[in-house]
Design a protein around this ligand. Structure first.
Ligand code: NDP
Length: 274
């Protein structure tokens, strides 16, 4: 039997890149997709196929899925991983930037899902793995737009799972904690860009420092913690519906469950203002 086919978005860096290698080694034919194709050159030596993809562009998404259909004739696993955090005070982030954040983290994921579903329905099997975040379960200051996207991905995925079950298609959420990738530095840069001056500057600077310190340190989890959870979800006949995993993920969700909202706000603000 020919190899099962995986399409992973956001595979030019971090979690996506690591996952592409892990799944190719596991015997899948992986198609790695992102905008910076030059950053995926090294994946080719593993037998991974590289494809250009911008999840904010309709033509790019159609071309990517169509190319894979022509090459492999099927997609067994779609991993919607592309994403970033546009951090900044709600008052400071322009609606244009906020829309871009939703385009990538929510609508990109949704459109890729729409494009792949007809193939999966025809096959009567498939798995859609959506990379959400602990940020889809708990909130932090200056992350309003990012959290809005991840809370949305949670609800979207839970609805989708019920709709696609009759067709043999499963939907799984991965909810990473803090993972050492470019994500944290990109979020800190955006926060600095949008809120380093003005009414929120003092608070924002403390959060920028917190993000830079955390993401430059080795105390947070490595990407392989997440690629291993994705591997388990891909291999399992009966995967969990959500995998909450990585630095701070289980602890923060557990605290959120047992304390009041205002107490949770205080705890988070204290941690992030150190
Ligand atoms: P990275 O910044 O290392 O990787 C992000 C990936 O997303 C890149 O490959 C980038 O590729 C891709 N991407 C961004 N915009 C687009 C776009 N418009 N079209 C296609 N691809 C795009 O971060 P991570 O590996 O950490 O992030 C992966 C996922 O994990 C994200 O959804 C993130 O929200 C989530 N996550 C990360 C956490 C962390 O602490 N690191 C915690 C919780 C969740 P390119 O720019 O080449 O297109």
């Amino acid at each position: 039997m020919s190899k099962k086919v995986v399409l992973i978005t956001g595979a030019s860096s971090g979690i996506g890149k690591d996952t592409a290698i892990v799944l190719q080694r596991e015997g899948y034919q992986v198609f790695a997709a992102a905008r910076r194709v030059e950053r995926m050159e090294d994946l080719k030596k593993h037998g991974i196929k590289v494809v250009s993809l911008d999840v904010t562009k309709e033509e790019s998404m159609i071309a990517c899925v169509e190319w894979i259909r022509k090459q492999a004739g099927r997609i067994d696993v779609l991993i919607n991983n592309a994403g970033y955090g546009y951090y900044g005070a709600v008052e400071d982030v322009t609606i244009e930037e906020a829309r871009k954040q939703l385009e990538v983290n929510l609508f990109g994921l949704a459109r890729m899902t729409q494009l792949v579903l007809p193939m999966m329905r025809k096959q009567q099997s498939g798995k859609i793995i959506n990379i959400s975040s602990m940020a889809g379960r708990v909130s932090t200051p200056f992350g309003a737009w990012y959290h809005a996207t991840k809370y949305a991905v949670e609800g979207f995925s839970d609805c989708l799972r019920m709709e696609t079950k009759p067709f043999g298609i499963d939907v799984v959420l991965i909810e990473p904690g803090a993972i050492k990738t470019d994500w944290g530095i990109i979020a800190a840069d955006h926060l600095e860009e949008s809120s380093a001056k003005g009414a929120y500057a003092a608070q924002a600077k403390r959060v920028v420092n917190y993000l830079r310190q955390s993401y430059n340190s080795d105390s947070i989890s490595k990407p392989e913690v997440i690629s291993n959870a994705i591997r388990k979800a891909v291999l399992s006949k009966k995967p969990k519906t959500r995998y909450l995993i990585g630095y701070g993920a289980k602890l923060s969700v557990c605290i959120k469950r047992v304390v009041s909202d205002r107490m949770f706000d205080k705890i988070i603000q204290k941690i992030m203002s150190k």
